[in-house]
Design a binder for this molecule. Structure first.
Ligand SMILES: C[S@@+](CC[C@H](N)C(=O)[O-])C[C@H]1O[C@@H](n2cnc3c(N)ncnc32)[C@H](O)[C@@H]1O
Length: 401
C-alpha cells in the first residue's frame, strides 16, 4: 500500500501546501527537499508528499484541478481525464441515482456528479475511495456523493436498502451504472478484454439495472460485446483513449467513433459498397476511433473517398478533405513496394526525415527506416500498404507542403 494515508491529515495538508510551488520534483530536488523537511515532519510523510506532488504535476495532463487533487500512482494512470469523463457522463444527464462502480480516484465520479442527482461512489480500496471523495468535493457539494467501500460484486444493485441511506433517500433505486473495472493489479497489466471484475460480470449488470456503461480498454476484442450493446471508441485528437460499452437502454447505435475535444461523432450506417480504385492525389488516414469502430466505409461515403484495396483502411481522394475523422496527406509518389526503388525515389525527392505508416504489409519498420538511408531536408510520411492485393507504397507530405 502506498504510504499516502497521512496526507489527508493537517500535517500532510501543510506539507503539500509547502510543495505546491514546485514545478517539478526531480530526484535531486526531491532529495534536497526531503533533507530540508525531515526535521520538521515524519520521514514517511515527507516521502508521501513528494510523491504526491510529482503525481499532481503528472495529473495536469488529465485534470484542470490536478494541483489540488489526491492521487495514487495506479489511480492516476487508470483515471479518466476531465475531457473523457465529461463525455461519458453526458448520457447520464437527468438520472436520479447513479452508481459509479470501481470509482478509483474519481475521474468519472466528478463528471457524473455534475449531471446526476446523486452518485454512489464504490471502490474496494479505502485509500483510493478517500481520495475520490476529496477530489469530487473540489467541484461539488459532498452531499451529492455517497462513498461505499466494498467489492462491487457484493452489492445488490437492484434491491432496496443495499446501500447506506443517502441524500437520494433510504433504499432509493439505482437508475444507472457506470463501471470502470481495473485493467491492472499492482504492476501487472491485464490483456485487452481482461479486467477486474471481469467484463462478463459487468455485462450482467444490465440484467439488474438497465442503463449501464462500461469503460473498457480500446483494444478489447469486439466479439466480447453482446448483441444490442453499443461500442463507442473515443480519441482525443488521434490518441485512442477508451472504448465505452453502452447497454441497450443507453445505446444509440451499434458502433460509434467519437473525436474529442469537440465531440465529433460518427455512427454505423448501412450504405452502398465503397468503390476500390487506384490512389488519387490525396490519401486519408482514418482516425483510430474510426478504424477500431469499423467505420471506414461510412467515412469514405461521407466525404466521397474510395478504397485503394478492399481490405485496407487507407482511403483515397481527388481533393484535400478536411475532416476530424481522418488525417489527409498529399500524395507525391505512388509506386509498387520495392525497398531499393523506394529508397532511390526518396533520395531524388530529398526526403531526410520520414514517418513510416504500415498497414497490410509485414516488416520491421525500424529496420526498414534505417535501410532506406534517408538524406535531405524534406520530410514525408511513407505509407507501406497494399493496392488491390499488391504491396504498394505512397510517399506523402502534409497538405500544406
Ligand atoms: C480503472 S480504475 C477506475 C478509474 C476511475 N473511473 C477514474 O476515472 O478515476 C479501477 C478501480 O476499480 C477498483 N476495483 C477493482 N476491483 C474491484 C471490485 N471488485 N470492487 C470494487 N472496486 C474494485 C480498483 O480499486 C480501482 O480503483
Amino acid at each position: 500500500m502506498e504510504p499516502a494515508a497521512d496526507l489527508l491529515s493537517p500535517a500532510g495538508h501543510e506539507l503539500l501546501e509547502r510543495l505546491a510551488g514546485e514545478a517539478e520534483v526531480s530526484p535531486d530536488r526531491a532529495l534536497r527537499l526531503a533533507e530540508q523537511l525531515r526535521g520538521r515532519y515524519p520521514a514517511d510523510l515527507v516521502a508521501a508528499a513528494l510523491t504526491q506532488q510529482s503525481l499532481r504535476i503528472a495529473g495536469r495532463a488529465k485534470f484542470s484541478r490536478a494541483d489540488a487533487m489526491f492521487f495514487t500512482r495506479a489511480g492516476l494512470e487508470q483515471a479518466s481525464s476531465d475531457l473523457t469523463a465529461e463525455h461519458s457522463a453526458r448520457r447520464f444527464a437527468g438520472c436520479g441515482l447513479v452508481a459509479d462502480l470501481c470509482c478509483g480516484i474519481g475521474g468519472n465520479l466528478t463528471a457524473l456528479a455534475d449531471v446526476a442527482g446523486h452518485v454512489l461512489a464504490v471502490d474496494s480500496d479505502l485509500q483510493t475511495l478517500k481520495f475520490a471523495m476529496r477530489n469530487v468535493v473540489l467541484g461539488h457539494s459532498p452531499r451529492h456523493v455517497t462513498p461505499v467501500c466494498a467489492d462491487v460484486r457484493d452489492l445488490a444493485l437492484a434491491g432496496h436498502g443495499a446501500f447506506p441511506a443517502t441524500a437520494a433517500g433510504r433504499g432509493a433505486q439505482v437508475e444507472a451504472v457506470f463501471i470502470d473495472p481495473a485493467r491492472r493489479a499492482g504492476d501487472r497489466r491485464f490483456r485487452a478484454g481482461d479486467s477486474q471484475p471481469p467484463l462478463d460480470w459487468c455485462f450482467g449488470l444490465a440484467d439488474h439495472v438497465g442503463a449501464v456503461c462500461i469503460k473498457a480498454a480500446p483494444g478489447l476484442p469486439l466479439e466480447l460485446v453482446p448483441a444490442g450493446w453499443e461500442t463507442e471508441f473515443v480519441t482525443t485528437g488521434r490518441n485512442l483513449k477508451e472504448a465505452l460499452l453502452w447497454s441497450p437502454a443507453l445505446a444509440t447505435s451499434r458502433r460509434r467513433a467519437t473525436i474529442l475535444p469537440a465531440v465529433q461523432t460518427m455512427t454505423a450506417e448501412p450504405g452502398e459498397p465503397v468503390p476500390v480504385a487506384a490512389p488519387g492525389a490525396f490519401l486519408l488516414d482514418p482516425s483510430p476511433a474510426v478504424t477500431r469502430a469499423g467505420l471506414v466505409e461510412e467515412l469514405a461515403r461521407s466525404v466521397g473517398a474510395w478504397k485503394i484495396d478492399p481490405m485496407i483502411a487507407f482511403l483515397a481522394a481527388d481533393a484535400a478533405i478536411s475532416t476530424p475523422f481522418a488525417r489527409t496527406l498529399r500524395v507525391v509518389e505512388s509506386m509498387p513496394w520495392n525497398e531499393r526503388q523506394v529508397a532511390r525515389r526518396l533520395r531524388e525527392l530529398g526526403i531526410g526525415t520520414a514517418d513510416i505508416r504500415r498497414r497490410g504489409l509485414a516488416g520491421d519498420v525500424g529496420q526498414i527506416h534505417r535501410r532506406l538511408g534517408l538524406q535531405g531536408d524534406g520530410s514525408a510520411t511513407i505509407v507501406m500498404t497494399r493496392r488491390d492485393g499488391r504491396p504498394w507504397t505512397l510517399i506523402c507530405v502534409s497538405v500544406d507542403s
